[in-house]
Design a protein around this ligand. Structure first.
Ligand code: ARG
Ligand code: GLU
Length: 724
């Protein structure tokens, strides 16, 4: 919504101008991530743009809406049903962590891919969940009735949380599903979300990295793009078709709600919708919070992650074993790192801080003259005062989080610290102590599976100086003393820490856990990793956390009131993303972010092959794909002598929308969302339709790879494919 004021150069002084400008431009661009039950309000607009089905088909509560075909995949991605037998389509990068758990040097699915040739070959994925949204209902009136706006937040939270607990219980009882109530618009609205979660989910198909991660981190957040970013899973249910723990007797989940696939393609200008779970946006924050992101948080995180990535990559390039351990972790670190760079750049070249400030002037003018708005404090000044004071502390927190705690050994020492508390807890029986320590140690296998001691040791010698050089005197005394004792030699310091710590010696640690006694407290207190962890946490507890907590408390209060006022000034806002189901719509559209040469809206296989580089891990096209290309063995999926791969559109998406179905005007699936262009990643803070594009994988490439590359054509038989 803020771009409305971008074109106004002069300060908007009067309410009349303010409203005029805002109304004149609301039809500009398709910003918005709408809650499905509220789409009725947008029906006219959507139909004008190309929607051909009733809104009720997109969302309804009688079990037949497309909302039943979109799922939260794992903890932060989207997936969709594409057959009546629980077949699920999502991104390659969404399945990546799970597949790493199933892979080994002998079964290297990243190098070779994985294709089940029949249901019995589908691989169970322990820990993976898939959540369906059955219904969403606005319960604001029930939650906020009798809760004054201006009582202290603690008191307000207590009242609201008690109501939420009671209501959720009621909904669980009456619907026989799970129910969660979440705040929207900074606590000015509440919705209950009725869900059903399945936990027997199996891997069905996964292209090798040469397809599914083609272009790697180099091409990530970029267009033109040639990544076949998809994977296939299947949801299994008990014999009653209800969620059940893994069992070989479970059956594929039966559903009438799945997407028809349209393989007939689309043209530039065609209507598209993206249905999924965007995670976090902050479209309504003040210019002061924007400044903190733009000037403090993003730059610090970018610089520390640059160091981390360089250090990790060196070790990963030198050893396939290290590569396998760190590939998923690195992808995660690199992903946000690159996004933030695009964000900072987008904010800068668009003058977003200035536009925000102008918006705020308009807001102030409205607030002081609107007859129906009365709040006797100046919200924005209240936010400003505290924001300025907290900046140094924020910097310290970031350096601790991304720097010190970015070293795996120190982060993992949190577990030792918990063990220590258990061991030293007064009055524990030996059996209880042993039991609790064993529970804490549960995550250790996963930790060691993906941990390489010397890789982390090298990182220590990079991040520790970055932290200490920047924060100078503002660091724990223990750090100062230890560094001095090593004569400022970080490598020597690291050498001893990694040599001696229990956290680098799985056997010694296991022994301690198996036969834990009260005497082990001393070994933990003596552990170098624990000492580093303990010292930084103590420092944080006194010098950082209380100030940030105080600031957040203040901010929560004023942000809630600010949001409420903005909603009054601008009816029909959409709520910021919060990992709940949303629909966004736009059109297929190329872009020209840099100069006159516009990106075409679509890429194809010929271009991917042209990028092949056997020397570069990220750009190695698998041999078999090259052969299919050479013989033009594209089957039904050929378009103009090649196969389309990816396309862009101006849908307003965010992280979490990965894997989302991209639909045409009939609600048929034409692609899978997997990214945004780098130039537009600021859309989490400020959406500009001229710069923002989501990137989707063309479903014809998905089908081509499954059938011709994976030889898993049996899967196509259960899909409903039209347009071909
Ligand atoms: N940028 C995409 C998203 O935010 C894809 C990330 C995965 N790919 C990668 N090369 N790290 O999740
Ligand atoms: N790749 C992102 C995800 O995992 C989607 C891209 C975005 O942030 O828009 O959700």
């Amino acid at each position: 919504m803020f771009q409305k004021f971008g074109i106004a150069n002069s300060i908007l002084k009067t309410v009349a101008i303010y409203l005029l400008v805002s109304n004149a431009l609301t039809s500009f661009g398709k910003e918005g991530m709408w809650l499905p039950p509220t789409l009725k309000n947008r029906e006219t607009d959507m139909k004008e743009m190309g929607l051909e089905i009733p809104i009720e088909k997109i969302y309804n509560e009688n079990g037949t809406g497309l909302n039943n075909a979109v799922v939260l995949f794992g903890k932060g991605c989207t997936g969709e049903m594409i057959s009546s037998k629980g077949l699920l389509l999502t991104n390659h990068h969404c399945g990546y962590g799970t597949v790493q758990g199933l892979s080994s040097k002998e079964k290297d699915y990243f190098a070779n891919g994985f294709w089940a040739m029949n249901p019995s070959e589908e691989l169970p994925c322990p820990g993976l969940t898939v959540t369906f949204i059955r219904k969403m209902e606005n319960v604001t009136d029930l939650i906020l009735v009798g809760v004054p706006d201006t009582i202290p937040d603690k008191q307000r939270d207590d009242i609201i949380n008690a109501k939420i607990k009671g209501l959720e219980k009621g909904y669980r009882y009456t619907t026989k599903y799970d129910a969660t109530i979440k705040p929207f618009f900074n606590g000015n609205q509440y919705w209950v979300i009725i869900t059903e979660t399945f936990n027997d989910v199996r891997l069905v198909g996964f292209p090798p990295n040469g397809i599914g991660q083609f272009g790697g981190d180099t091409d990530n957040w970029m267009f033109p793009r040639h990544t076949g970013d998809f994977s296939l899973f299947r949801v299994y249910a008990g014999t009653d078709n209800k969620p059940a723990d893994y069992s070989p007797n479970n059956q594929p989940y039966q559903t009438q709600n799945f997407f028809t696939i349209n393989a007939g393609g689309y043209k530039e200008g065609d209507f598209t919708m993206v249905y999924g779970f965007p995670g976090t946006t902050k479209e309504y924050i003040s210019s002061y919070q924007l400044d903190q992101i733009y000037k403090i948080a993003d730059p610090i995180a970018i610089s520390l992650r640059t160091k981390k990535l360089n250090s990790w990559t060196k070790d990963m390039d030198a050893s396939r074993e290290v590569f396998l351990k760190y590939t998923s972790k690195r992808a995660g670190v690199a992903n946000a790192w690159k996004k933030w760079q695009g964000e900072v750049r987008g904010l800068r070249i668009n003058n977003v801080p200035t536009r925000k400030a102008q918006y705020e002037q308009g807001f102030q003018a409205w607030a002081s003259s609107d007859q129906t708005y009365s709040f006797d404090e100046d919200i924005l000044s209240n936010i400003l005062v505290k924001s300025l004071r907290v900046n140094d502390v924020l910097k310290s927190e970031l350096y601790i989080n991304e720097g010190v705690m970015g070293i795996e050994l120190i982060a993992q020492a949190a577990m030792l610290d918990k063990m220590l508390h258990v061991i030293e807890a007064p009055g524990l029986t030996e059996a209880k102590r042993s039991d609790s320590v064993k529970k804490l140690a549960k995550s250790l296998d996963g930790y060691f599976k993906n941990y390489d001691v010397s890789t982390d040791e090298h990182l220590f010698a990079v991040l520790m100086p970055a932290y200490i050089d920047e924060m100078k005197a503002n660091i724990p005394a223990y750090y100062k003393q230890t560094l001095a004792a090593y004569g400022n030699d970080y490598k020597a310091w690291a050498g001893d820490v990694y040599d001696r710590s229990l956290l680098t010696d799985k056997n010694a640690l296991q022994e301690l856990i198996n036969e834990v006694t009260i005497d082990d407290a001393a070994s933990i207190r003596n552990d170098d990793a624990w000492k580093l962890y303990h010292a930084i946490q103590e420092y944080r507890k006194t010098n950082v956390t209380p100030f940030i907590a105080e600031y957040n408390k203040h901010l929560n209060y004023y942000n809630r009131l600010y949001m409420k006022a903005q909603m009054k000034a601008h009816p029909n806002l959409y709520p910021d993303a919060n990992l709940t189901l949303r629909l966004t719509y736009g059109k297929v559209k190329g872009i020209d972010p840099e100069g006159p040469e516009a990106y075409a809206f679509q890429t194809n296989l010929d271009e991917a092959i042209a990028k092949d580089n056997p020397e570069a891990e990220e750009f190695k096209v698998p041999q078999k794909l090259k052969e299919l290309h050479k013989t033009k063995d594209y089957g039904r999926w050929a378009v103009n002598g090649t196969v389309p791969i990816a396309f862009i559109a101006d849908n307003h998406t965010s992280g979490g929308n990965s894997g989302s179905p991209v639909l045409n005007g009939k609600g048929e699936l034409v692609g899978t969302n997997f990214d945004r262009i780098w130039e537009g990643t600021m859309s989490d803070l400020y959406f500009d339709p001229n710069l923002c594009r989501n990137i989707s994988l063309d479903v014809r490439y998905t089908l081509f790879i499954i059938e011709k590359f994976g030889n898993a054509g049996w899967l196509l038989d259960e899909m409903k494919i039209v347009g071909k």
